[in-house]
Design a protein around this ligand. Structure first.
Ligand SMILES: *Cc1c(COP(=O)(O)O)cnc(C)c1O
Length: 413
């Protein structure tokens, strides 16, 4: 902020310079990377942190008396503390390291449902990623759990008015996306949590696409659980975090069994370690967790007010540019969106759009975006083409992308 309270303009070039992968050519053209909802590129500081860890501190954690093990353990636990701070959790004991959002939700589907009975209900939404659908469907098949869904309207927004009517005295959980990876919709999770709380129902938020677009405050959201994946937020793959409020982790039974999650093992009984260890069986992704911590520490140092304006400008430029292209339909026009734009072109298959864009150096994703039920709701059964920007994308890249889509349309239609 400047002295008069206005934010500085966002210096996108100095941010880009920290991401080596952005500076390359693809098919002889400068790379325009617009597949950030699938995974993000990594800043040099994250790459260096992981390399340094292997060059200096590599050892298994928590069990060693030797120096390297102590260093590795300390760095691992520091990463947990960083994640707790970044999410504004009350304590780092509320943070479990997992492989990512997928594992976090599988953990909860297993552990939360311990005392659920056949006929109990979970409320999801039509806007969910398969990671927040399939574990509940599997549970449904195993235990006879009934799945209800908050409907989505033709702008790609949740119809929140329907929520009270979905809640019954058998509702055990509401599990919703923070931000839709497929359409970019930002969902009113705080309002959902408020409604849920009034009925004493816990809320799980799939935060995979929440963290990359702004600071998250789990206490302000009022959710019981928040799941995130490092690779979606400029960190390494194969690691993520599950936030569980207060004493939830004390009350839930463990998910995976093995080393590190025990206090005492005998053939006539096992006592589990206190949380979060109770949920971290086996050797974790140590360097991944440390890299995740480095990514969040880096992101926490950015000017998020300026980023918010920059991302709004990216979204506006993308939306306006694509709208001018004849026969193009943007799927998902929610009032509150991140710079993710799904689209269809009359007479062109999304896969062909993606392939031609790649030949021009532009990376987008095509298909169902792990959200097949949503694709049915928005009448895009073959999926869409999706451009998803991060704050390191420039307005110039958006212009190149829009011009390329116009050319692709002329080639295909
Ligand atoms: C990517 C994503 C997931 C799954 O995350 P993983 O890292 O693959 O486990 C879940 N939900 C949303 C909204 C996502 O974008």
């Amino acid at each position: 902020m400047t002295d008069d309270g206005r934010t500085q303009p966002f210096d996108v070039e100095s941010i880009r310079a920290q991401f080596p992968a952005l500076d390359q050519q693809v098919h002889g053209k400068p790379l325009v990377y617009l597949d950030n909802a699938a995974t993000t590129q990594k800043p040099q500081v994250v790459i260096d942190t992981i390399r340094e860890f292997y060059e200096r501190d590599n050892a298994n954690i928590h069990r060693g008396v030797h120096t390297l093990s102590a260093r590795a353990s300390e760095r691992f636990e520091n990463a947990r503390a960083r994640i707790a701070r970044s999410l504004n959790a009350e304590s780092e004991r509320e943070i479990v390291f997992v492989r990512g959002v997928t594992e976090a939700i599988n953990l909860l589907a297993h552990s939360l449902s311990d005392d659920w009975q056949a006929g109990d209900e979970a409320i999801l939404s039509e806007l969910e990623h398969h990671a927040n659908i399939v574990p509940w469907l599997m549970l449904g098949q195993r235990k006879g759990i009934v799945i209800r869904t908050i409907p989505v309207n033709d702008r790609g927004e949740l119809e929140l008015d329907a929520l009270p009517g979905l809640i019954t005295d058998k509702t055990r959980l509401i599990a919703v996306n923070h931000v839709s990876n497929a359409l970019g919709t930002v969902n009113p999770v705080a309002r959902i949590a408020e409604t849920a709380q009034a009925h004493g129902i816990p809320v799980l938020v799939d935060g995979a696409q929440g963290l990359p677009h702004g600071p998250v405050d789990v206490q302000a959201l009022g959710c019981d659980f928040y799941a995130c994946s490092s690779h979606k937020v400029f960190g390494p793959s194969g690691v993520g975090a599950l936030y569980a409020r207060g004493d939830w982790l004390d009350r839930l039974p463990p998910f995976l069994g093995g080393g590190d999650m025990i206090e005492e093992v005998r053939f006539d009984g096992v006592r589990f370690a206190p949380p979060p260890s109770k949920f971290e069986a086996g050797t974790p992704n140590i360097e991944g967790a440390i890299g995740f911590g480095a990514a969040l520490e880096w992101a926490d140092g950015l000017d998020w007010l300026a980023i918010e304006r920059h991302e709004a400008a990216l979204l506006q430029r993308m939306t306006e540019g694509l709208t001018e292209i004849p026969g193009l339909r943007i799927v998902g026009q929610a009032a509150h969106k991140v710079p993710v734009v799904s689209f269809l072109i009359d007479g062109a298959h999304p896969h062909d759009i993606g392939t031609l864009l790649d030949s021009m150096g532009i990376a987008v994703r095509t298909g169902h975006h792990c959200a097949m039920p949503l694709m049915q709701c928005v009448e895009a059964p073959a999926g869409t083409a999706r451009a998803s920007a991060a704050f390191y994308n420039t307005l110039d890249e958006i212009d190149q992308f829009v011009a390329a889509v116009a050319r692709v349309r002329d080639m295909l239609v």
